[in-house]
Design a binder for this molecule. Structure first.
Ligand SMILES: [Zn+2]
Length: 253
């Protein structure tokens, strides 16, 4: 179907294409998303999953080229920054900063004997016991994050499920450690959340939960879906941006 025909039939809400842009010594692929929802503004986003330019259907290609050429340096610098954050390796040593619920907590390892335990202190995470090597500390911390996530996500999910009129009961919840997505909702109504989310703020966690709960009503990203999102959580875009800014860091380990 031609774009115009598809537009007229109102079936097409989004059109995606790829374009490469030379930024310094790199050829960076840009995903261009034209949508009918967007009226005038062009926006550019550099995230973990790449560079995305959003524009209305009616924007001339020359305007898009101009936007990209103006922001060449900015795209390059943002990408370098993200790569750096992604590449920085955790060493699991005292003094290192670890994220939890949107806060940066200092790792404090108190050497001792017996099983290694984790306790949240004032602006720190205290590990007591036989620490062993970095891999052992990492595993112990993962288990701690998982336990916190299980409790917190279940509580936030049942709270939001009770608030949203189309949700009946509390949906089944699964947790998984994922690198490329924050959550998903199955056709059967089961919600899966990324364990790493427990390192982001409660607003970010709520945003992902509300997004998945909206999928129980609208199993797509249609304008109706975004209308539900806006009604349930008017400030969701702000939380989404916040999550994108910490995303690369919190999925590291
Ligand atoms: Zn979705």
């Amino acid at each position: 179907m031609s774009m115009l025909k598809a537009l007229k039939s109102k079936r097409l809400t989004e059109l995606r294409s790829q374009q490469n842009v030379q930024c310094r010594d790199q050829l960076i692929p840009i995903t261009i998303i034209r949508s009918r929802r967007r009226r005038r503004k062009l926006s550019l986003q550099v995230g973990r999953s790449g560079v995305v330019l959003r524009a209305p259907f009616t924007t001339p290609a020359t305007d898009i080229d101009m936007m990209l050429s103006r922001h060449r340096d900015w795209i390059y610098e943002r990408q370098q920054l993200l790569l750096k954050q992604q590449g920085s390796v955790l060493r699991y040593e005292s003094g290192e900063q670890h994220d939890y619920l949107g806060e940066s907590l200092e790792l404090v390892i108190v050497a001792g004997s017996g099983r290694l335990t984790v306790e949240r202190g004032d602006a720190c995470l205290i590990l007591r016991g036989d620490a062993g090597d970095a891999a052992h500390i990492s595993r112990t911390l993962q288990q701690w994050y998982l336990r916190q996530a299980q409790q917190l996500f279940a509580a936030r999910l049942s709270l939001w499920a009770a608030r949203l009129p189309w949700v009946e009961g509390a949906p089944e919840l699964r947790l998984r450690r994922m690198r490329s997505r924050w959550g998903s909702c199955s056709a059967g109504g089961r919600i899966c959340l990324n364990t790493h989310l427990v390192k982001a703020s409660q607003n970010c966690i709520d945003y992902v939960i509300v997004h998945e709960l909206c999928h129980l009503q609208e199993f797509n990203h249609s304008p109706r879906f975004y209308a539900l999102m806006a009604a349930a959580m008017p400030e969701w875009r702000q939380y989404k941006a916040e999550l994108e800014s910490v995303g690369a860091r919190i999925v590291r380990e």
